[in-house]
Design a protein around this ligand. Structure first.
Ligand code: NDP
Length: 453
């Protein structure tokens, strides 16, 4: 790393104290783009990276609600409207007790580049709350969502800011929030994506992040004349992204052998087939139960609870060919990465956002494995949200095959854009640099054209 790059990162850290996740995301982009700044001194002069790392607007608000016992509760709501150079702010809402400004700024920042890679007209944003939907009744979740939207509604709109789901925000929460927006504004409009199919949602949107992540992995494998047949895959998480990742791995001839939640992981050596996957979907989406139940139902599986004293996750120490982290940020650390590599993993495709910490990323890149960073590999979700926006604008619904074909084309194009940018800037095969550089150039060009804003 050059002295000027190090200096820039240090300066930005000083401006954003106490935001480690955000600075982790920024530092990676700064490092990747140093060669771009050398070739484009105008971007250094106009402090383009510093501009991009400053959100256009951050909204923080109170979300009061009443639980089923009549007790008063107060949570904090956020919307980070990061960059609108390419279109309305676009990015999910996360409801999880760990949510804070650093996490939402990292997610919003990554979203700018991811959305640029999709080539659809979408800016970058992210939001959410420290509200924990786990263990809450449907009525409590509804009251919370209505209160959250009562404030958020004044900041969003189909041409301004179009939120979607993320951790803890699925079809149920999107429905409650959409209904409240409609009451407040008296308009039926595509203000949220991930809507129900009968009221403006797009076919393939629920599947899109997981499917897209596997399509991206298939593109990476194809560069080595390889495919999914016979591949053993580790998948973390058991929510939206994990479920459809497993489904597409099965479609393409591979086998997923793990799933997890915040309590622990399940290892099923015999593979998660379609019947077992249906069980996971019902368990997680309908009954909202724990993944340990999988091992109670299927004797072929072993459940390992999280051990907080371990410095690594034993799930990443299982022999496999491919890994699909699909739970949360920094779930793979340096030790986990070393274990994955020692066990012969030759591909990592990130369904989650920033699931590998910087020590892990360095190891994957140095080892020369096929490593698809989240902002490229999981862009299929937001891309299909973009397709949902397009359908809403036209008041039309495209058939499943059409949306899936568009998703596949978008993932192919993102893969090609990463390869081209990495080649162009002298780091062939480095998808991290490729994704950051391709995204940066597109957004920086638009900001320049618009007066740098
Ligand atoms: P869900 O809420 O559907 O599922 C999240 C899964 O991850 C659950 O199994 C959850 O377990 C687990 N998890 C969450 N937080 C933690 C944690 N701190 N430690 C261990 N496990 C955890 O979310 P999604 O599947 O939608 O999102 C998963 C990841 O994919 C996130 O990083 C998200 O940002 C990213 N992503 C999602 C997109 C989408 O379209 N949904 C698009 C692009 C990226 P538990 O139930 O115990 O909490």
């Amino acid at each position: 790393m050059s002295d000027s790059t190090r200096e820039l990162i240090e300066q930005m850290k000083a401006q954003n104290p106490g935001e480690p996740e955000f600075m982790q995301a920024v530092a990676e982009v700064v490092e990747s783009c140093s060669a771009v700044l050398d070739r484009h001194p105008e971007y250094r002069e106009t402090r383009m990276i510093e501009r991009m790392a400053e959100p256009e607007r951050v909204i923080i608000f109170r979300v009061p609600w009443q639980d089923d016992h009549g007790d008063f509760q107060v949570n904090r709501g956020y919307r980070v409207e990061f960059n609108s150079a390419l279109g309305p702010y676009k990015g999910g809402l996360r409801f999880h007790p760990s949510v804070n400004l650093s996490i939402l700024k990292f997610l919003g920042f990554e979203q700018i580049f991811k959305n640029a890679l999709t080539t659809l007209p979408m800016g970058g944003g992210k939001g959410g709350s420290d509200f924990d939907p786990k263990g809450k009744s449907d009525s409590e979740v509804m009251r919370f969502c209505q209160s959250f939207m009562t404030e958020l509604a004044r900041h969003i709109g189909p041409d301004t800011d179009v939120p979607a789901g993320d951790i803890g925000v699925g079809a149920r929460e999107i429905g409650f929030m959409f209904g409240q927006y409609k009451r407040l504004r008296n308009e039926f409009t595509g203000v949220l994506t991930g809507k129900g199919l009968d009221w403006g949602g797009s076919l393939i949107r629920p599947e899109a992040t997981g499917y897209g992540c596997v399509y991206f992995a298939a593109e990476m494998l194809a560069t080595r004349n390889d495919d999914f047949h016979g591949k053993t895959c580790l998948v973390s998480g058991s929510g939206n992204v994990a479920q459809y990742t497993i489904e597409k791995i099965l479609d393409l001839g591979g086998t997923a052998v793990t799933v997890s939640d915040s309590g622990g992981f399940v290892h099923d050596e015999t593979g998660i087939d379609r019947e077992k996957l249906a069980f996971i979907k019902e368990l997680k989406n309908v009954r909202r139960g724990r993944i340990s139940e999988y091992a109670e139902k299927y004797p072929s599986a072993v459940y390992t609870p999280v051990d907080p004293d371990l410095d690594h996750n034993p799930m990443w120490d299982i022999k496999a060919d491919c890994a699909f982290p699909s739970a949360t940020q920094n779930e793979i650390n340096g030790t986990d990465a070393a274990n994955l590599l020692a066990n012969g993993v030759m591909l990592v495709s990130e369904g989650a956002n920033m699931p590998s910490d910087s020590a892990a990323v360095d190891q994957f890149v140095d080892a020369g494995i096929l490593y698809g960073p989240g902002k490229a590999a999981n862009a299929g979700g937001v891309a299909t949200s973009g397709l949902e926006m397009a359908q809403n604008s036209m008041r039309l619904n495209w058939p499943r095959d059409e949306v899936d074909a568009r998703l596949q084309t978008i993932m192919k194009n993102i893969h090609a854009a990463c390869i081209d940018a990495a080649d162009e800037y002298g780091t062939p095969g480095n998808y991290v640099n490729g994704a950051n550089i391709a995204g940066f150039l597109k957004v920086a060009g638009a900001m320049r054209d618009q007066g740098l804003v």
